[in-house]
Design a protein around this ligand. Sequence first.
Ligand code: WT7
Length: 633
Amino acid sequence: MDHQIKNLLEYTNDYNKSIIKPDQFWENIANSFHWRKRWEKTLNWNFDTPKIEWFKNAKLNLTENIFERLLSTHRNKTAIIWEPNDPEMSPIHISYGELYKQTCKFANAMKAQGIHKGDRVIIYMPMVPEATVAMLACARIGAIHSVVFAGFSASALADRINDCQAKMVLTSDGNFRGNKKIPVKSVVDEAITKTDTVEKVIVLKRTGENVKMHTERDLWWKEALEGQSEENIAEEMDSEDLLFILYTSGSTGKPKGVVHTNAGYMIYTYYSFVNVFQYKEDDIYWCTADIGWITGHSYIVYGPLLAGATTLMFEGIPTYPHPGRFWEIIEKYKVNQFYTAPTAIRALQVHGTDHVEKFDLSSLKVIGSVGEPINEEAWHWYHEHIGKGRCPLVDTWWQTETGGIMISPLAGITPNKPAHASLPLPGVQPVIVDTDGKELIGNNVEGNLCIKFPWPSMIRTTYGDHKRCKETYFSTYKGMYFTGDGVKRDHDGYLRILGRVDDVINVSGHRMGTAEVENAIDEHSDVIESAVVGFPHEIKGQGIYAFAICDNSKKSNEILQEEIKQLVRKIIGPIAKPEQVQIVSGLPKTRSGKIMRRILRKVASKDLSNLGDISTLLNPEIVEQIIKGAGLK
Ligand code: WT7
């Protein structure tokens, strides 16, 4: 693999080069790619506006860098191995040559349905190869994809369609998940009633259930492909043309559309993929994420395919038909690199090691973790029982906004330290700041994590609202990108991520905004006000704990609690459903009327030590009531 670091000395050298001469460092990597026109300036940036341009004025098409660049050597190599939900069903192996044809064909089909460069296309699909083909086809014709996790509700989907004014939705009739069949098309139908931009819906037949097709608007995937050519001349894209929008939650308001652009994202996902996982030409790589999240975008689809890797895509869930399914798949395909989330590890750990020992995991070379801080117990279990103590474990810290892995060991190169994301990748300049924005130098310091210099795959804007991008990421600390995470640099200079310092809750590696959940709860006609916090959860990392004031309700607390849970599930989706709902008669507020979440977090965590000074509250007496109501006294 080009540009693959081989040892710690090389890492240190490359890291230093990337800091001293970032332009040269990234140009050298970019030179291995195929450009229709070379860039005029490598980097143009300003974190105040903010404005970030990489490989300015260059022209390219990302898919030409997967196909045209690699086909002469990779035509018959497997690009995607697809393992269906049902282990009895046949898997699918798609070669680079075949993936190329399918991408071109679907690109032509979308064009025939009126999609042009710059149009937004929503992908709301299960984990099937067609979803990857759809993403690549968008990139091929310059349409901007926005993948929405197929577990989101109709109203969450409608919000995203409206925000990006999508012209097309790609979906399926249904979705197999474990022993369940989940309706998908009907959710799309419901969402579209709340929108007015969608002109066409293309529907893949997956579960075969009956769906209603709207004659003018809907067509089957197969029909759309009929008569389309397997050749397509890729659209010429500017480096900074939008590649995709991916919605993610923040501390305030509705989810925002994080924007990634073509060239920088391409270079960085490639580079980080080959270095973190140390992928070698014949390896089988498997990331268990869903393509609805950034991990799926960068490390199932783009990074691996740009490296000519074989990437495994799994439709199902870790516990179906048995809790050894992951390990069975590793044995079946002789997986070499395995990348999953701590929540999955913890969930499988509960089932014991018998399910692991049944399978041969000797093919594994690297195991990875992503999405949330990995606790030491899970780290050791994963390392010992899955990695058999011999595979390096890469704990990769990054975000939707960073586009690619930022802080992580490089497999087999960086010495492993449990629960530490460890060291920044070349090109990444993390800084730790205190609440005043003062940089904390040296080791044994703890504070907020910022990045002080641009990297190629960083967020460019939040779609349709640049001011929000500036306020969210570039205003807390002047001249720096603020991540929202707390971090500690230990005595060796290794970084340990401590989790969010803002009002974002991380449930099973998925980000939920407190405001978003509160808004959903407030839709309940009996709810006067609500507040949501996270609390430590054994499997999910964090769970959602909601406090709601329903003073004049005629319903019992039990009924209200259940209704509130179901309402959130309906408005956002099952992943946002609160674990706990406590009906309260008031919320602790500061004199300026702000909810003191710190106190609520303490109650939710059942930890009443260091409650702090509550005498400055507008209503200190409420704290005692809430504590009692939670059954803590
Ligand atoms: C947030 C980003 C990056 C893809 C999946 C999540 C947390 C992510 C780690 C890690 C500790 C982590 C952070 C971050 N996070 N990876 N290895 N150690 N925390 O993407 O939904 O954008 O969430 O996930 O809090 O800010 P996301």
